[in-house]
Write a protein that binds this ligand. Structure first.
Ligand code: F0G
Length: 458
């Protein structure tokens, strides 16, 4: 018999989770003003809100905590992180930050000014906000295939070179501080960018003398896709692929809460000493001294170890196959999901799922609430609420895709949990024609409203 695929780890510590009743969840979600971020974690049975900071650290990472050097300046933990970053990504300079958006804040404080344009594949929401907050404009140059949830294109995170060149050609260089490429592209469904595309974007950037920044939260998952899907890379080690990817970026920001499998942490990597020096000033202002930047020594140790584990092929295969396992189950149940499956999450197409709800009533949010009521599973809306209002017109921005994301934490849940999630989604799907009312807004913040929004049923 052919041996089945199986996880590349075993479990050393476990955490009890509470299986609530539907009546309890009805009350809790009303008390939470229909905002899933407002739920207490013990009101959630399976938490697929995010894969960020929710992974399970390894025995080696936990051991590294004990070895952390908590010196204010020059800690050995800083050098452990520095050496790992140089070894994997090739950057001589780096700044630790407490998480990814802090890295964006520090770097953009140096680079982004009013009136600038920042082209790239679909910008993550914190990235977009850090650009818009500075009165600059993110420009989405993702390939058109990404905006069709049923299009099976292999690299839907790719930058459309024509769209990019139109921006570069028609605007002065002084208005474009950098091009940003997000690997994998979270906002277009956890979709990878091919090595060829990274190479092409970089050579176009150099033609126009513009820098390239990688938003690298899920760089290792992107490298796994290059290895398994792109011709010529099948026999290369993930580490070699990562080294090649980063030849095509002048700098990186990273939320280490994803592919470095830590609960908190981030950093910026640079080739330019000048930029590093300028960014250091903001790091000291916002984050902390340049050799800790908002992280404890123990955090930096676990992060350095996590970066090494995050690129192990067996780990990545276990991870990506688990996400695909959930995706395939949902497809088998007839649920409209975005294909190809994302690296870190399955995205359910809420517009195709809830056809009786108009987009003005927030389809993906309505679906996420229904799923929570059904089985205590917490997903997240990646749709109109997240897209915020247009900063100028203040009208709702309706994105091309209205999605419910089910993000899978790393090394946390088993495939039995995935079976449970799939059954819960399928039950909601079976009763979709009885869901005729969506949500309306009671309160919203001016930006990043989804985190604190208050809603009621229409
Ligand atoms: N870039 C990408 C591609 C991200 O997915 C995130 C976070 C960030 C930057 C910001 O990093 O959270 O450490 O400040 N994504 C999380 C998510 C929150 O749920 O997808 P952070």
């Amino acid at each position: 018999m052919k041996l089945p695929f199986s996880e590349s780890f075993r479990i050393k510590a476990v955490e009890t989770i509470y299986r609530s009743t539907r009546e309890e969840r009805e009350k809790w979600i009303r008390d939470a003003k229909f905002n899933l971020f407002n739920l207490k974690s013990n009101q959630v049975f399976i938490d697929l809100l995010t894969d960020s900071g929710t992974g399970a650290m390894s025995d080696k990472q936990w051991s590294e905590l004990m070895l952390g050097d908590e010196s204010y300046a020059g800690a050995s933990s800083y050098y452990k992180m520095k050496d790992t970053i140089k070894d994997l990504f090739g950057y001589d300079y780096f700044l630790p930050t407490h998480q990814g958006r802090a890295a964006e804040n520090v770097l953009f404080s140096v680079l982004v000014k009013e009136g600038d344009l920042v082209p790239g594949n679909t910008h993550f929401d914190t990235t977009k906000v850090h650009i818009e907050y500075r009165k600059a404009l993110p420009i989405d140059c993702t390939v058109n295939e990404a905006f069709d949830s049923s299009n099976n294109h292999t690299f839907k995170g790719n930058v459309d070179l024509q769209k990019l060149e139109d921006v570069l050609k028609n605007n002065p260089k002084s208005k474009i501080p950098f091009i940003i490429v997000t690997v994998t592209c979270n906002s277009s469904g956890g979709q990878p960018v091919s090595m060829q595309n990274l190479k092409d974007v970089y050579s176009m950037a150099k033609k126009y003398d513009i820098s390239v920044l990688f938003d690298s939260a899920r760089f290792a998952e992107n490298a796994y896709y290059i290895k398994t899907l792109e011709k010529g890379y099948e026999d290369k080690a993930v580490k070699e692929i990562v080294s090649e990817m980063f030849l095509y970026a002048d700098m990186m920001t990273m939320s280490s809460k994803k592919d470095a499998i830590v609960n908190m942490g981030g950093f910026i990597g640079f080739h330019s000493e000048d930029l590093f020096k300028k960014a250091s000033v903001f790091n000291i202002m916002y984050e902390g001294y340049i050799t800790y930047g908002g992280l404890s020594g123990r955090d930096m140790n676990a992060l350095a170890q996590g970066l090494k584990e995050g690129i192990e092929f067996d780990y990545l295969e276990t991870r990506i196959k688990q996400v695909a396992y959930l995706g395939q189950k949902l497809l088998d149940y007839g649920v409209p999901v975005l294909v190809p499956f994302g690296g870190h999450a399955i995205f359910v197409d809420a517009t195709r799922f809830l056809q009786n709800i108009p987009k003005e009533e927030f389809q993906a949010q309505t679906l996420s609430i229904e799923l929570y009521l059904e089985g205590g599973v917490r997903g997240v809306e990646i749709g109109t609420l997240l897209a915020d209002r247009d900063p100028l017109t203040r009208e709702n921005r309706y994105p091309d895709l209205e999605l419910m994301r089910l993000a899978i934490p790393r090394r946390v849940y088993t495939n039995n949990h995935m079976d449970y999630v799939a059954a819960a989604v399928s039950n909601v799907y079976d009763r979709r024609n009885t869901i005729n009312k969506g949500m309306k807004i009671l309160y919203e913040a001016p930006i990043m409203r989804h985190f604190t929004i208050e809603l009621e049923r229409c």
